[in-house]
Design a binder for this molecule. Structure first.
Ligand code: C5P
Length: 243
């Protein structure tokens, strides 16, 4: 049973989602449900996963006024989600509203999104941000933690910086994970499970590397073992990117 590796259910139906969940059996205990599956199937799919004893990371990517964000976070708590995401760029009032709404659901943790991982430094000027992704990620992560968020979502490359500047118990959830042998798909910033762990990620999100593998259970095991190997090592190693 693994609750530190979230398998991302990026599919368009509950049937397709449970076709991914079933072969992973009891070994995969945590799943990410995002906007595609939630919009297609509604909350029932989350409730079914929770009823199976799975942890659900509800990736709502909220960016709204505080009142609306609070309502959505409470709805996520009602469903039994254990993680929900809010964009830190919405500002501290929104982040605090999310954290406040989650208080009624002790197992629900609010994660802040910093900069979506498909953005590169050269993409920032067109949306009015400067000077670099890493600076923006650090700024927003600090804001999120100061506002009470339990964790942040960040690429593995930024996890290394964040692990060194955020309080030790902050959750750092890293997507963009690939097994060494798979294609980088459309991601600009990628890393293996072991690199994520060494960089200080406390959790990882893995989608296609598992769900599109010829043998998803074997791929999941590879991801989980890779992530567990350097377990508890939150020190940032010099040169980890090339390790
Ligand atoms: O790429 P993969 O299929 O592993 O993506 C799984 C999930 O991780 C996606 O739903 C997406 O939300 C997130 N992701 C991300 N940044 C990336 C790659 C994936 O936020 N670079």
């Amino acid at each position: 049973m693994n609750t530190r590796v979230f398998v991302s259910l990026d599919v368009d139906s509950a049937d397709a989602a449970f076709r991914l969940v079933e072969p992973l059996g009891g070994e995969a205990s945590a799943y990410k449900v995002g906007l595609q599956l939630l919009t297609a199937e509604g909350p029932d799919v989350v409730q079914r996963l929770v009823a199976m004893g799975k942890q659900v990371f509800l990736d709502l990517k909220l960016h709204e006024i505080p009142n609306s964000v609070a309502g959505a976070v409470a709805a996520a708590g009602q469903l039994g989600a254990t993680m929900v995401t809010v964009h830190a760029s919405a500002g501290s009032a929104v982040l605090r509203a999310a954290v406040e709404a989650a208080r009624a659901y002790p197992s629900l943790q609010v994660l802040a999104l910093t900069v979506i991982t498909s953005l590169r430094d050269e993409d920032l000027p067109e949306i009015g941000l400067a000077p670099s992704v890493v600076v923006q990620v650090e700024r927003l992560a600090r804001l999120a933690v100061a506002s009470g968020c339990q964790g942040v979502v960040a690429s593995v490359q930024e996890a290394a910086v964040l692990a060194s500047v955020l309080p030790p118990r902050t959750l750092i959830v890293a997507p963009g994970i690939q097994l060494g042998s798979t294609q980088a798909n459309d991601q600009s910033r990628i890393a293996t499970p072991a690199l994520a762990a060494r960089a200080g990620a406390t959790h990882i999100v893995v989608g296609r590397a598992v769900t599109r593998a010829a043998d998803p259970l074997q791929a999941f095991r590879e991801v989980a073992q890779g992530f567990d190997a350097p377990r508890n090592n939150r020190k940032v190693r010099k040169g980890w990117l090339t390790a």
